[in-house]
Ligand binder design. Structure first.
Ligand code: ZN
Length: 179
């Protein structure tokens, strides 16, 4: 269920905390809307972390509104397919009432794996924005190229490295604490 269909990403705490007279110094660091949406994906990743899951979060945005949110639940659900992107796509499909999401963008904290990249193609997602590359399983460019494969018709606009440092930091914290 989407509880806040019109929620827009809030500005980061760092921005909120600044005094008005600091605004001139902040101007050239104003986050783009991609960064604001990524903040929301990072909040989803945080929820995975709190559940003891690999901290990856995703949201689907349509016409400036969040229509799906997801975070990893593979361990607690005993479901190998319960990745953040799949959960966000499922919720978006239900919200929109269509399995095709051609007017939607997906924001995810790390580069999608082969399964999720395949799901993005099935959904006909218009645009993908992700945080850090995944050198072990990334299927946009790091390990293989499922998205925008030359033999696939569907083309997805891709932007990477949006708040990538924050995504990577979350993952590093998780794996460090597990050792
Ligand atoms: Zn995946």
């Amino acid at each position: 269920m989407i509880t806040e269909p019109t929620l827009r990403p809030r500005r980061s705490a760092a921005t909120d905390d600044r005094a008005p007279e600091d605004n001139s110094a902040v101007t050239n660091q104003t986050p783009t809307s991609d960064e604001l949406w990524m903040e929301e994906a990072l909040r989803c990743a945080q929820r995975a972390l709190e559940l003891g899951e690999v901290p990856v979060g995703a949201i689907v945005v349509r016409e400036g509104k969040i229509v799906g949110r997801g975070w990893n639940r593979s361990i607690i659900d005993s479901d190998p397919t319960a990745h953040a992107e799949v959960a966000a796509l499922r919720e978006a499909g239900t919200t929109v009432g269509n399995h095709r999401l051609g007017d939607c963008e997906l924001f995810v904290t790390i580069e999608p794996c082969a399964m999720c990249a395949g799901a993005l193609v099935h959904a006909r997602i218009k645009r993908l924005v992700y945080g850090s590359d995944d050198p072990k399983a990334g299927a946009v460019r790091s390990v293989m190229q499922v998205l925008n494969h030359p033999q696939l018709n569907h083309k997805v606009e891709v932007r990477s490295a949006v708040l990538g440092g924050r995504s990577a930091e979350l993952l590093q914290t998780f794996f460090k604490n597990r050792r």
